[in-house]
Design a binder for this molecule. Structure first.
Ligand SMILES: C[S@@+](CC[C@H](N)C(=O)[O-])C[C@H]1O[C@@H](n2cnc3c(N)ncnc32)[C@H](O)[C@@H]1O
Length: 156
């Protein structure tokens, strides 16, 4: 399975790159994370959040590899416990399909991105800054994978 993460935002601070890389590199070759970054829309003084979100959404959807199934990272989505996420991950792996996970920018994901997604996944009821979402996502995918292979990283 190919897992692509399409995220708004360009060059991230070193602590974000390090966090993402730390967990990404622990994943096995067959579960490598492919990161695709979409630039932030320019936030001029008259910019409206809805237009920015729409412009970023168009770029996000262009960056989704053709035929991928899509999951939107959305605070208002459904949350999974880590063991439930591990089950999801197994079912994604067994489906034979490729998946893209979408992370919005400061103004969130556009309606078109949400409509393209078959699921909305909430990491927590808290709104997290999008750079932090990258790290939490990478760590949770790693954690979920360790459960699927009975690796002792995760403890209930
Ligand atoms: C700063 S948040 C955007 C906040 C925006 N007001 C909204 O309602 O979506 C940036 C992105 O991070 C992701 N995000 C932030 N908190 C999240 C959470 N608790 N669960 C899942 N995704 C989250 C979403 O993809 C969101 O579009």
């Amino acid at each position: 399975m190919r897992l692509t993460i399409v995220a708004v935002g360009g060059r991230m601070p070193a602590w974000v790159e390090e966090g993402v890389s730390e967990y990404s590199k622990r994943l096995p070759r067959e579960l490598r994370l492919q990161w695709r970054e979409v630039p932030l829309a320019r936030r001029g003084k008259d910019a409206k959040a809805e237009q920015l979100c729409q412009a970023e959404g168009e770029q996000i959807l262009k960056a989704v590899p053709q035929g991928d199934r899509v999951i939107a990272l959305d605070v208002k989505g459904r949350s999974w416990t880590t063991p439930e996420l591990a089950q999801q991950l197994s079912s994604w792996q067994m489906s034979g399909d490729n998946y893209s996970l979408l992370i919005g920018g400061p103004d969130g994901l556009s309606a078109e991105c949400l409509a393209r997604a078959e699921r909305r996944w909430s990491l927590s009821a808290l709104t997290l800054p999008h750079p932090l979402v990258r790290i939490v996502l990478a760590e949770q995918l790693y954690r979920a994978w360790t459960i699927t292979v009975n690796h002792p990283y995760h403890r209930e």
